[in-house]
Every structure is written in C-alpha cells, then in structure tokens.
Design a protein around this ligand. Structure first.
Ligand code: 5AD
Ligand code: SF4
Length: 490
C-alpha cells in the first residue's frame, strides 16, 4: 500500500488492511485460544489515566466496546465522559453505510483541536472502518495526528498497541485482514440488566451490497460449551436478559467439523438455563431451519420476536443482491414461523434504491411488507461500498427517486406498526423495566416480550424488575399503559 509517510520507518505494528485478502476464505482450522492474559508490566500503563470510547453502528460493535473497556480497565484506565479529561479516546467505527463513515471523519476533524491542546492524548480508530484500505489511507493523509488504528481482529492486541502508541512517534497501525481465530476469556465491562453474548463472528454470505464479510472475516462459531458457560455465569450475576449476537446466527455451527450442533440446538440448551429472557440477532432467511422454529415455539425464556432481514421483495433484486432466497421462500418461512408461533412479532431490514431498482421492483417490496405485516423495520437507501460487487453495478436511479421510495416505504410500514400496536390496547403485558424514559424522568421505560417499548408511571424501584402493565394508549413508536400491581413469576 502506498502511503504519504512512506519515507518514515514504520514499526512492526504497521500492518495495513487489504480488502482483497479479506475476501479470501481459507480452509484452515479455527483455533480457539483460552490463554489470554495481559502481561504484568502493561497492567500499570493506564494507572491514574482516563479513557473515552465513542461507538458507532450495530450491537456487535457495542459489545466490542465492552471488551475494549474491559481491556483498558485491566490496564488501570478508568472511564470518563469528559473528552478534555481523557488520556485516550477511541472511535469504534461502522462501515456499513457512507453516512456512518462521514460522521467519523467529521469527528476526527473536531478531535484534531483536542490533540493540539493536549499532545499526550492517544487518539485511536478501530472497528469496521479500520479494516478498509481506503479509510486507512485517508487517515494517513488527512488526519495524520491519529496515533493508533487497529482492526476488528486485533482487539485482544490492544494493551500492546497502546504501549506502542505511547512510545512511538509514528502512527501505530495493526489491522489483520484475515483471521480464523477465536479468543476466549477476554475481559468485558458489562453494565445494567441486559448482556450481549457473541455466539459467532464473521460472515460468509457476501451479499453484493455489504462490506461486513470483508471487515469481520470468515464465519466462525464459538464452541457451545463456552457460550453456555458464559450465559450461566451471566444468569448467576443476575442479568435479566441476554442478546445472542452474530452477523448471521442461523449459520451457527456450520463450521464445526467434529459435532453436528446448530443454532436450534444451542437455543434448546440455552432455553434450559435460568435466565429470564433470551433474544438473538441477526437472522438470515436462507439458513433459518425447521428445527429452530420448533425450538423457538417452546417459548419460555425464548422471546417471540424474530428480526428477519428481507432487504427486498423483488426476486430480481434479491438475485442481484445475492441473498440466495426468493420472495416465495421468504414468505413460506414467514408462514411456517407464524403457524408455529401465532403471536410472533417480525421485524426486518430493507434497502431501497439498490442499483437499477425499477418502480415495479420497488412496488414488490411494498407488497411484501403488506403481506408480512412487520411490526418494525430498519429502512435504508442503498449506499455504495467500495470493493463490494454492487458498487460496480450500473445505477440509473436518481437520488430523489430513492429518497421518495424510502418515504413511501416508511409510510406503508407505519400503517402496520400502528395497527399491531392498536391490537395491544386493553391487554396486560409482562414487561422488563429498563430505566427512566428518555424524555420524562417520571415515566418508566420497559420492554415487552416482543420488544415493544412500553411507557408507564411507577416507582424507580421497579427498574430491573418484571411487572405487568395494562395497555391504554398506542402512539406509533411506543405504547403506554398503567402498572398492574400484582406479582410476576420472574
Ligand atoms: N447500503 C444500505 N444499507 C446497507 N445495509 C448493509 N449494507 C448496506 C449498504 N451498502 C443494511 C442491510 C443490513 C443492515 C444491517 O444494514 O439492510 O441488514
Ligand atoms: Fe457497522 Fe456492520 Fe460493522 Fe456492525 S458489522 S460495525 S453495522 S459495519
């Protein structure tokens, strides 16, 4: 890779990313490492120093931030919210759409002033953006004050990299493009009543619009015994809800060579653990099998909410997205899920304005939305990602048309969201109280089993508990109710 600092002598920590390498999927075995530890001399490095991490993007990234916090705290660092007081600031970035990247570059502009005021500040960039060659080149060129760039496969190396950044005059860059390993026993700083648990890393699907298979590497599943031990420990610590995480949880276990054990088996085992609520994200319709539906239908601590990204309702677009299912296959899956769980809530992700999407093809997405009746959807305008196949596809759809389609789609979705919320009026729901509502401290915010946001008035002591709420009103983005003062089993 050509860099503007080529005349300088980079250390062994100058390991830039390569999207070409990231694309390769080797046959090498997945190594699981159980011997992680931070050498003693690095455990004092952050003594009396403060850290601040800004996180962008998905829950996988949020959870990585918990690991980064865990590592920094084992190095003696403590958290701060005040960027002027921080000795190290890390941006844990998202590469999935261009606007996420723009935010980070904007933020780097602001942080350059801080760095000038306080040269000892260590400024780092990590997460999905750091896996992209073009991003690393741009930082080298336009933001040379950045001290440290490390990739999604290099998180466990953080203590060494921070030390290097402290003592090196050069930008420390360590981004492995290919990684087949799983590092167990990394420290994690978890807070509150809900905990994220990784069940797998990476993605092998290579949808043509998506950068994630390049930034997160190949699919690799954690061993079931490690996942189960972690969930048991979280239950023991009193967590009320866990969210199992993977880029495509339905591919869990496909990479095991010694055992036949898939996501349905894992859910069936976790179902027996004494943790009140279990959720998972995100699913891929192609790998969603009948056994999993059967297990989810047993309910108990498995919540009746499935996030099932569809992306488009048009077979032609699905084909060009390389989603590997058809509209008919998706609708059949929805039918099977609803038959097994009549009260299931389905949510989804949809992209509008994929290169060359015609009006008819967009209409097919609207008709699919109507047919399924989603309770919620994350909707996006297609954003070209350098290095992905769709970025090279011809695109004649004007931006205004794409924006108008997004609005029409959201209007259609809102009708169903409102209808499904209205059906809850007069029902009593069991909710987990998560905290105060963002806008009104007298109101508590809770979640139903189907992940609906429920607002009601009640004492703060209810936070962290399961209570019953009688639903009285259903504005679009949340539902309102009255606390029913009777005991709940959990
Ligand atoms: N442009 C727009 N949306 C995208 N997503 C992924 N890649 C892109 C892209 N290039 C959306 C998909 C995915 C969600 C996490 O982000 O809908 O499910
Ligand atoms: Fe962003 Fe996707 Fe990476 Fe998550 S996996 S951080 S959403 S690019």
């Amino acid at each position: 890779m050509a860099t503007t600092k080529s005349e300088k002598d980079y250390s062994i920590y100058f390991q830039p990313p390569s999207l070409t390498d990231a694309k390769k999927r080797g046959k090498e075995d997945i190594q699981v490492h159980y011997d992680f530890g931070i050498p003693e001399e690095l455990q004092e490095l952050g003594k009396d120093k403060l850290y601040l991490i800004q996180t962008y993007g998905c829950q996988m990234n949020e959870h990585d931030t918990e690991t980064i916090k865990g590592l920094l705290e084992q190095m003696g660092y403590r958290a701060t919210e005040d960027r002027h007081a921080a000795d190290i600031i890390l941006l844990n970035t998202c590469a999935v759409r261009e606007n996420a990247e723009d935010k980070v570059f904007g933020e780097l502009g602001h942080l350059s002033h801080l760095k000038r005021e306080k040269p000892s500040l260590i400024l780092g960039v990590c997460g999905c953006m750091s896996q992209e060659e073009s991003v690393v080149n741009r930082i080298l060129k336009k933001h040379p004050f950045v001290d440290l760039i490390f990739g999604t496969h290099n998180i466990h190396r953080l203590p060494f990299l921070v030390k290097e950044a402290m003592f090196s005059k050069e930008m420390v860059i360590e981004v492995w493009s290919k990684e087949g390993d799983i590092i167990e026993n990394l420290p994690k700083k978890r807070e509150g009543i809900k905990a994220w648990v990784n069940i797998m890393y990476g993605c092998d699907k290579f949808c043509t619009y998506c950068i994630v298979p390049y930034t997160r590497g190949k699919e690799r599943s954690r061993r079931p015994e490690d996942v189960i031990a972690e969930v048991r420990e979280l239950a023991r610590q009193g967590f009320k809800e866990i969210m199992l995480l993977g880029q495509n949880v339905n591919a869990y276990g496909k990479d095991f060579e010694d055992i036949e054990y898939r996501f349905g088996d894992l859910m069936d085992d976790i179902r027996k653990i004494d943790i009140p609520r279990v959720r998972f994200t995100t699913s891929h319709p192609r790998d969603f099998d009948d056994h999993l539906i059967e297990v989810l239908a047993k309910k108990g601590n498995l919540m009746e909410h499935i996030h099932l990204p569809v992306q488009s309702g048009s077979n032609e677009i699905l084909k060009r997205m390389s989603r590997k299912y058809t509209r008919e296959h998706y609708l059949e899956l929805v039918r099977k899920i609803k038959a097994a769980m009549p009260d299931v809530v389905l949510t989804t992700d949809i992209i509008v304005g994929f290169p060359g999407e015609t009006e008819e093809q967009f209409e097919e997405t609207i008709s699919l939305v109507k047919e399924v009746g989603y309770d919620f959807a994350f909707t996006f305008i297609y954003s070209p990602r350098e290095g992905t196949p769709a970025a090279d596809m011809e695109d004649s759809v004007p931006q205004e048309v794409k924006s108008a389609r997004l609005k029409r789609l959201n209007d259609a979705l809102n009708v169903y969201m409102k209808q499904s919320n209205e059906r809850l009026k007069g029902q009593t729901l069991e909710v987990l109280v998560e905290g105060e509502s963002k806008n009104n401290a007298n109101v508590l915010a809770a979640r139903s089993r189907t992940n609906k946001l429920v607002h009601f008035e009640g004492p703060k002591e209810l936070i962290g508990q399961f209570v019953k709420v009688y639903i009285t009103d259903t504005p679009t983005f949340y539902i309102k109710g009255d606390w029913v003062q009777e005991a709940v089993a959990n």
